[in-house]
Design a protein. Structure first.
Length: 184
């Protein structure tokens, strides 16, 4: 369970790509993303990725990555998946030097028409504490403000680095689907 009124960390970064908005399909990109491409999108932080479904058939993206000093296993379930907006929600396992806990992560992938045949991509990540996370902090004598500051710094740094690479990967996928070459 996430604690709705508290934010552990939040960041959003944008990057424009030289692809018309109508050609962008973020859902297609995300659910066909080869693991090797995912690894390239934020080396060395990205460790593994795969696509599966929940028992009731909803699409999932499983991502393993380092966020700061924590190894994070994300179990993203698609809440909305369209060509221009994808909203993924995960109760993510976090492995730290103090042990294992969980956070709730909302990942939003957004495409907007930037005009002149360009698309603006936004990668927004919001982490909420879970009850397990709050108990973990209590058990280890860690103040929420300190944990949030560390997660904000690490999460923001990670998102800042992966956003332009995700955007360019989305552009390559869009252009490949359209049968054109990308001009850099």
């Amino acid at each position: 369970m996430k604690i709705l009124d508290q934010i552990l960390s939040q960041s959003a970064y944008t990057h424009e790509i030289a692809v018309p908005y109508a050609q962008v399909d973020i859902a297609d990109w995300l659910f066909t993303l080869p693991e090797a491409e995912y690894l390239r999108c934020c080396a060395p932080d990205h460790i593994a990725a795969g696509v599966t479904t929940t028992d009731d058939g909803r699409r999932m993206s499983i991502n393993v990555e380092m966020i700061g000093t924590g190894l994070v296993v994300q179990h993203y379930v698609a809440e909305e998946a369209t060509p221009h907006y994808v909203r993924m929600n995960s109760i993510s396992d976090v492995f730290t030097a103090n042990g294992r806990t969980q956070v709730n992560v909302l990942w939003e992938l957004i495409a907007e028409d930037a005009g002149d045949g360009r698309t603006r991509y936004t990668n927004r990540v919001t982490a909420h504490p879970t009850d397990a996370f709050m108990a973990f902090l209590d058990e280890h004598g860690i103040a929420f403000a300190d944990a949030a500051a560390a997660r904000q710094a690490a999460g923001s740094d990670h998102n800042r680095r992966e956003t332009p690479i995700f955007a360019e990967s989305i552009a390559r996928r869009a252009l490949a689907r359209a049968g054109t070459e990308m001009v850099l």
